[in-house]
Design a protein around this ligand. Structure first.
Ligand code: NAD
Length: 277
């Protein structure tokens, strides 16, 4: 089974669109971009497109590269106080002179649609309801689509970043998988990944995982985005692996579209909290 993330995302977005159509006041997402990083601009465009599709109001605030940390904090304070804003997203990466962690922790946890504020990170660790980063949410939706019963399965996550690997490992654990997290310093990676019923790869190394890493009949989700010879590819060598697995995601048209879609879901969730603020 090859999962088409673009089609799956469209199904989720259509459901969300139908819910938002019924609302008198639309949910609103504020996106802050500091500087003019090309990749950031392209990510923001796809977020804007998805927001417009589902009916979420999109407010883009562009700041110069030289913006100071204090100025950015002041802006976030204003957005926190603004009752018409449901979700706040500060596009990463931020310029080096700004402490990104501090900025994340400044966002109202109830508007933290990227799920990177430490209160939400803690809630996930405690298996409490909060905001969860969008890519791990997208991976969980893909596993659902694959039809895998996660409970009791051995899930191996390669990568432990705070954006992907770490929150994903907690989601899988909360879903009753037995979870092994691997990273750069893991020894004999293959001996671990070969035991995986579910393998999620988020390392940023083009086509690193070939069939020798895979257990027959595994469910494989490839989070990686790499540029090789002007083309996009994942962390998994798709052609070598595809015949050995039960289900797999391609790159492109895999996890990427689901990430953007889950951001829209998080904005809707923040909107639902609006009444409680
Ligand atoms: P990161 O650089 O923050 O973390 C990479 C992780 O992989 C680290 O924990 C590191 O220890 C581990 N790692 C690196 N090389 C390894 C190796 N050879 N063996 C085992 N572990 C190794 O990256 P990230 O932000 O987690 O992103 C990972 C990849 O996912 C990147 O390609 C990124 O572009 C992509 N990504 C995709 C989406 C999406 O929506 N599809 C979203 C976020 C990130």
């Amino acid at each position: 089974m090859i999962i088409n993330g673009t089609e799956l995302a469209l199904r989720y977005k259509d459901e969300l669109k139908a819910k938002i159509e019924k609302l008198e006041v639309k949910p609103k997402l504020a996106v802050v971009l500091v500087g003019d990083n090309k990749a950031s601009i392209s990510y923001i465009k796809s977020k804007e497109k998805a927001a417009s599709y589902v009916g979420i109001e999109f407010l883009l605030i562009k700041k110069e590269e030289e913006t100071t940390q204090d100025e950015l904090i002041k802006l976030i304070d204003d957005l926190n106080k603004d009752d018409t804003v449901d979700g706040i997203l500060v596009q990463m990466p931020l310029p080096k002179h700004i402490d990104a962690k501090m900025i994340m922790d400044h966002i109202d946890p109830d508007k933290d649609v990227d799920g990177l504020n430490k209160l939400n990170v803690g809630k996930l660790a405690l298996h409490e309801d909060g905001f969860v980063p969008c890519t791990p949410l997208g991976v969980m939706a893909i596993l659902k689509e694959m039809g895998v019963d996660i409970k009791g399965k051995h899930a191996v996550v390669i990568g432990r970043s705070s954006l992907v690997g770490s929150p994903l490992s907690k989601l899988l654990l909360n879903a009753d998988a037995t979870v092994t997290v691997c990273h750069r310093n893991t020894q004999d990676l293959k001996s671990i990944t070969r035991l995986a019923d579910i393998l999620v790869v988020a390392i940023g190394q083009a086509r690193y995982i070939d069939d020798s890493y895979i257990k027959e009949g595994a469910y494989v989700v490839d989070v990686g985005i790499n540029h090789v010879d002007g083309k996009l590819c994942g962390d998994v060598d798709f052609d070598k692996v595809v015949d050995k697995v039960k289900a797999i995601t391609p790159v492109p048209k895999g996890v990427g579209p689901m990430t953007v879609c889950m951001l829209m879901e998080n904005v809707y969730k923040a909107y639902e909290l609006r009444g409680k603020r």
